[in-house]
Design a protein around this ligand. Structure first.
Ligand SMILES: [Fe+2]
Length: 459
């Protein structure tokens, strides 16, 4: 079940993947700092003092001082980043490349002038016992007794005004009480059903990402995410702790599953991520801690084209395959889909609410997620308002559930719908996957464990 990394055995080669990137994060960021002339000057004037500013491990630090690029690479450095060190010392790329081969500078240059290193004898396929790798197939059934267990999906609106109502102590006012009453069950449930990690699908609202970069799917692979200042000052809630090891694993698996995610190690998180946490875990001050670690997964719904419901659903399936490949510690994982429901925040049609459509969406999400993937963008925008498109976020959490991999249908533990919260309708669902059969009750070979057929795409 391990991740597919056949490139690890290519002779004399280290592939810079999510695992290496995590190991070499500070080393590579140090290298990037040398892009500025004033930093190069300071580094050359006193290398030890400059390196004191970077949390490198002792081996990384010594390798930088020794200009030992092979060790830097072992320690997570990437050659494009590391070349900034060589450039700072006035070395050419040829000198840097040659320094890693054990050859003299002249011998390396002569080899390159002579046509370069020959591939024969330098390939994986030239090694004794090599066999061609078989391309992996995408799993259509779930892994039995997987260490990372997707227990429940939670879906909720993430209206900023809900966060403001909590932050300003207005939750008992009649207007807001009707909203918060719908989460009373969830808060009690959350106390008894605490996951180790929440993969929290949301959309950034022109907060972490401005017009300079429009990533379609962003996976947070960092360890901490500060709460954003969205113009009113940061919400008085705790910063968010990530889960870099699991996030790196997910990145590796999902990208190999044909989803080209944008990986972000540093970003602020806005109300799209913090309001759901507040709704579920209640009022917590900035000096406290959220009771769960969070892997942010942000979907672009700000600028068209945005991903389709179908694409989001398929990303959910890729996410589930990634969880099923996890061989680390046992984890209770929840995936939350947030955003929506119907709302339009712009123009003469602002304030649009479509209660009937919203509830049809909830019905289909529960019982017919595959059918829901047929709904086009126009359907969301026309019926649920221009910002109702946020609902595609929910398809990711649903596409990862057991019944989409031949398992049993989820229980609908809780359903709530209310109008209004500020300019929007509020929708909320908790769906729970069936409790798995205990280990000793299953066959030895996971392949022998019978699974139900795939869920038909009924209307
Ligand atoms: Fe939103």
């Amino acid at each position: 079940m391990a991740l597919d990394k056949p490139y690890k055995d290519v002779p004399g080669t280290t592939i810079f993947d999510a695992e290496q990137a995590r190991k070499g994060y500070h080393l590579n960021q140090f290298c990037m700092s040398l892009m500025k002339p004033e930093n190069r000057e300071r580094f050359l004037a006193d290398q030890e003092a400059y390196l004191d500013e970077w949390p490198l491990n002792p081996r990384q630090r010594q390798a930088v001082l020794d200009l030992d690029l092979n060790t830097c690479i072992e320690e997570g450095g990437n050659i494009y980043f590391l070349s900034k060190i060589g450039a700072t010392h006035g070395l050419s790329f040829q000198q840097m490349a040659g320094s890693m081969t054990g050859m003299s500078e002249a011998a390396y240059r002569d080899m390159m002038v002579g046509g370069g290193r020959r591939p024969e004898g330098n390939r994986l396929k030239d090694l004794d016992g090599w066999t061609a790798p078989v391309p992996g197939e995408k799993a259509e059934t779930m892994r039995q007794n997987a260490p990372a267990r997707y227990t429940s999906a939670l879906f909720t609106s993430h209206v900023p005004a809900i966060g403001a109502a909590m932050d300003l102590g207005k939750t008992e006012e009649p207007y807001w009480k009707k909203v918060f009453d719908g989460y009373r069950w969830t808060r009690a449930w959350a106390k008894e059903n605490k996951p180790d990690v929440v993969i929290l699908v949301y959309n950034d609202h022109a907060t972490a990402f401005d017009s300079s970069i429009i990533p379609t799917f962003v996976l947070g692979t960092g360890s901490d995410y500060p709460v954003a200042d969205e113009g009113y000052g940061p919400r008085p809630v705790p910063d968010v702790k990530g889960y870099p090891e699991l996030a790196a694993h997910i990145a590796q698996s999902v990208i190999q599953d044909d989803f080209d995610l944008t990986l972000v190690n540093e970003m602020v998180v806005d109300h799209g991520l913090t309001v759901p946490l507040s709704l579920v875990y209640g009022e917590l001050g900035p000096d406290e801690e959220w009771p769960v670690r969070v892997i942010p997964l942000a979907v672009n719904v700000v600028q068209y084209p945005v991903p389709s419901g179908r694409r989001c659903y398929e990303l959910g399936r890729a996410l589930r395959r990634a969880l099923d490949k996890w061989d680390g510690p046992e984890l209770n994982v929840q995936i939350w889909g947030t955003g929506g429901m119907s709302h339009q925040l712009q123009g003469p049609r602002a304030g649009l609410i479509n209660e009937e459509w919203d509830n049809a969406f909830l019905d289909h999400l529960i019982a017919d997620p595959l059918g829901l993937t047929e709904w086009q963008h126009m359907e969301y925008v026309d019926e649920a308002g221009s910002e109702g498109i946020e609902l595609v976020d929910w398809l990711i959490a649903r596409g990862a559930m057991d019944d989409q991999f031949g398992g049993g249908a989820p229980e609908t533990d809780h359903r709530f719908y209310h109008v209004p919260a500020s300019n929007t309708a509020v929708g909320h669902l908790v769906l729970t996957n069936p409790v798995p059969v205990p280990k000793d009750a299953t066959a030895e070979d996971p392949a022998e464990v019978p699974v139900a057929g795939p869920v038909p795409a009924t209307a």
